[in-house]
Design a protein around this ligand. Structure first.
Ligand SMILES: [Cu+2]
Length: 505
């Protein structure tokens, strides 16, 4: 008992010293060394809350609430409402999400070590399910789950003291737990150390999650949750911030050359571990596992399901930096991609190369894929026009076909045949033409008087309507003969064995 109280006193002294107005360092690289570890610093009970209760400012992803700049423990009231709602998961695809605060991930919560948190969890009246919350930053059985079970239209309340500093995942823990998490029920809570975090120019909030739909990746329309795929850990989507395009194009994260950035990156799972990487950047510091220690000069960091990290870096060169899960098919074929867009002057001494193009960004090189969603809506309401298909096909062509056939359809002489004014393309029957993207193409062909004997790989990842839109775009571009390909036609050809090409000369 005596030893405990001595340690406790020491903790107060240390905390006060740490908060005695020493200005936060403005540079990540030269941040002051952390205070020496002590039991008090690890277990931050700095006594009863002081001052008036404070209502927590919540961060809507990708934004983080501002630093607290507070040097005493307070009572902090957190109000969070569970909302079940349909939102787009990709262009033209909707999904029924269960959310903390209406977004995936849920609202970002920021408190100070030693704070007493009074948590109010509401469940919206139109919810169909009961929900609760398990915060990994809570010391106590279930992390709050048992105390926060909340039926639709009800509210529950519990209180905890934030004893440990760090960045922690919270999630719903109502049965079936995997389904609640798969539907988007996770977020982050940051418990700032008493002295706060070093000052940076930008803080952003990103969270990875895996999603399981009955349809294929980017299959249009409303897609229900697929429990079998979830149990088998075969996600249809792996996403940052809950939907494709949440942090690309118009929604990209932004910064300027010379600035510092801190990313709070969590992984909601439910199943996958993330190999988080930013293409073209090296993290100056990663607080791995969301804890107290930092590793320096990191390329890729592991984020377990139900875990989080803090990554800090500074920006030397302008351009697009691509956030990915470096389990790379998840990035290029399941959606796990985001962009940090950095503006500012070139620095040729550090990097002389060119900006990343569609090779890395794929169709995400487009500012948005709105035309794809418009075409999907038009198809659903039976009003799909050729123009809708051409517009959608143009966006999808970028990064899919343009990698080889080039944006202008000219191909590369002797390597990739042109699609522009291609006599080969013009004389194919429908089945064979549709079969080219579905089954690929090999063997000797002649296009506009030149021989090609190469291999085009099958693009079986594309959905029927994507193939239909791309081919309609190709047929109506670059002096090709025109025409329209429907999703239904593609489905028919997909079901058949590969058709023979029209006779060659
Ligand atoms: Cu839930």
């Amino acid at each position: 008992m005596e030893l405990r109280s001595v340690l406790f006193m020491a903790g107060c002294a240390l905390a006060l010293a740490a908060c005695s107005g020493k200005p936060a360092d403005s540079s990540v690289k030269t941040a002051a060394a952390p205070a020496p570890a002590s039991t008090a610093a690890l277990h931050g009970d700095f006594g009863p809350p002081q001052g008036e209760p404070i209502h927590a400012v919540l961060g809507i992803p990708p934004n983080v609430p501002p630093p607290l700049n507070r040097n005493y423990p307070a009572k902090v009231i957190v109000d969070l409402e569970v909302i079940e709602k349909d939102m787009p998961i990709s262009e033209g695809v909707t999904y029924t999400y269960w959310t903390f605060g209406g977004t995936v991930p849920g609202s970002f919560i920021r408190v100070r070590q030693g704070d007493t948190v009074e948590f109010h969890l509401k469940n919206a009246p139109d919810s169909k399910m009961p929900h609760n919350i398990d915060l990994h930053g809570v010391t106590g059985p279930g992390g709050g789950a048992a105390s926060s079970f909340t039926a639709p239209g009800h509210e529950s309340q519990f209180t905890f003291k934030a004893l440990n500093a760090g960045v922690f995942v919270y999630h719903c823990a109502t049965a079936p737990v995997g389904m609640h998490i798969a539907n988007g029920m996770y977020g982050l809570i940051l418990v700032e150390p008493p002295e706060g975090l070093p000052k940076v120019d930008h803080e952003y909030y990103v969270m990875q999650g895996d999603f399981y739909t009955t349809g294929k990746y980017r299959e249009k329309g409303h897609q229900p949750f697929d429990m079998d795929k979830a149990i088998d850990e075969r996600p249809t989507y792996v996403l940052f911030n809950g939907h494709e395009g949440s942090i690309t194009g118009d929604h990209a994260l932004t910064a300027k050359v010379g600035e510092t950035v801190r990313l709070f990156v969590g992984n909601g799972g439910p199943n996958l571990v993330s190999s988080f990487h930013v293409i073209g950047e090296i993290f100056d510091k990663v607080y791995y596992e969301g804890g107290k220690h930092a590793q320096e000069n990191v390329q890729t960091t592991l984020i377990p399901a139900g875990g989080a990290i803090m990554a800090e870096f500074h920006l030397d060169v302008p351009g697009s930096y691509v956030l990915v899960d470096h389990s790379i098919l998840r990035a290029f074929n399941k959606g796990a991609m985001g962009i940090l867009k950095v503006d500012g002057p070139e620095n040729k001494a550090i990097y002389s190369g060119k900006e990343v193009d569609s090779v890395y960004l794929g169709d995400r090189a487009e500012p948005n894929l709105k035309a794809v969603a418009v075409a999907a809506d038009a198809h659903a309401s039976g009003k799909l026009s050729k123009e809708d298909q051409i517009a959608a096909g143009k966006q999808l062509f970028t990064g899919t076909c343009s990698v080889c056939h080039q944006d202008n359809g000219q191909g590369l002489p002797g390597v990739f045949p042109p699609l522009a004014k291609s006599d080969y393309l013009a004389k194919q029957n429908r089945e064979h033409l549709i079969g080219i993207p579905l089954h690929g193409l090999t063997g000797k062909i002649n296009v506009n008087g030149k021989d090609y004997d190469s291999v085009m790989p099958p693009m079986m990842q594309l959905t029927d309507d994507e193939v239909a839109n791309i081919l309609t775009y190709v047929l109506n571009s670059w002096d090709n003969p025109g025409g329209q390909v429907s999703k239904e036609e593609v489905a028919k050809v997909r079901a058949q064995p590969a058709a023979a090409p029209t006779a060659e000369h």
